[in-house]
Design a protein around this ligand. Sequence first.
Ligand SMILES: *Cc1c(COP(=O)(O)O)cnc(C)c1O
Length: 394
Amino acid sequence: MIYADNAATTKMSQAAIDKMVSLMNDTYGNPSSLYRFGQKAKEALEEARETVASVIGAESREILFTSGGSEADNQAIRSAALLGKEKGKTHIVSTKFEHHAVLHTLAKLEKEGFTVTLLDVHEDGLVRPEEVEAAITDQTALVTIMYANNEIGTIQPISEIGRICRVKKVLFHTDAVQAIGHLPINVVEQNIDMLSASGHKFHGPKGTGFLYARKGIKLSNLIEGGAQERGKRAGTENVPAIASMAVALKEAANKMEKTSAYLTEKRNKLIDGLSKIEHSALNGDAEKRLPSNVNFCFEGIEGESLLLLLDEKGIAASSGSACTSGSLDPSHVLLAIGRVHDVAHGSLRLSLGEDVTDEDIDYMVKSVEEVVTYLRGFSPIWRDLQAGKKQFIL
Ligand SMILES: *Cc1c(COP(=O)(O)O)cnc(C)c1O
């Protein structure tokens, strides 16, 4: 079995599991309690906060633990929107290929009276900093642009966008869920005001994540109640899971360079192999992409059938994001980079794990080739293309 869907979620690392179990056994106090049981849990919580902060160059008081990336995105965007509104600023700049946690929050804010500019993403899957700059007005409260895209893996020019936002005095949030633990990040050097992260994308537990908000930025609550997390997120913290996430992040950061070099080589080998399939195309820039991400379109087939047949061959892949698969609409990300509906339907994402071998890559190339050929064999679209009744796009 080859698990090639690490952009959807990752397997927990053994160190993260061990940490979680150890705290569940021994450190079950409530971190808000004053007696020793509670204080031990509080120590574990604050140690995790320091670890997480140190990995991104932040201070620990700038880290707020959440239930994951979606919650962090919601809270960052809502907080910035409210701060803007207090100053009469009701415009937000983002892009068309954000995660739905961002896009749906922005859609709600539009209904509440905000104006949202969603920038186009170019064919290479990259946002242009000069277009971000041009979209900012004196009404702009927030720029929110993802660090690396979850479907096509393209890495955005975050440092340049951060610099522009700082000069223009506009808050800058980045959904760094796909990047953190996989790419080097420094929130100070990159002028990032707010950043969202999720534990289960870097071998930590599901249901964990955090929001970094630069000191001085006033967050508003999504959840009201007790005074946990400096009063900004009520509810008893899941200490074992949070501590486990911190261990996973530290581990990922420590071996990042090595993992990245290894995966880049395997990714390029996979891209080379799949490129040989006729009428196929890589989605997104070949270089400015996550070391783990491969995303292709194959003309004349359906991504869903491709996935099911690959599953039979023991390969777990995705045809878009976990959030959109199951619906028959083509991926909003592929449409945003200009793929037409027919082509966007035949997409395949393989997101590699650190344990992938050369034999796995060879097996994936061979299996995808077989399945694509098989599916094209009875595809009416493919027949029309072959007969010249329809023009090939790829
Ligand atoms: C997975 C993901 C999220 C959501 O994170 P959860 O922890 O699952 O809520 C948000 N943004 C991106 C880019 C993601 O890949």
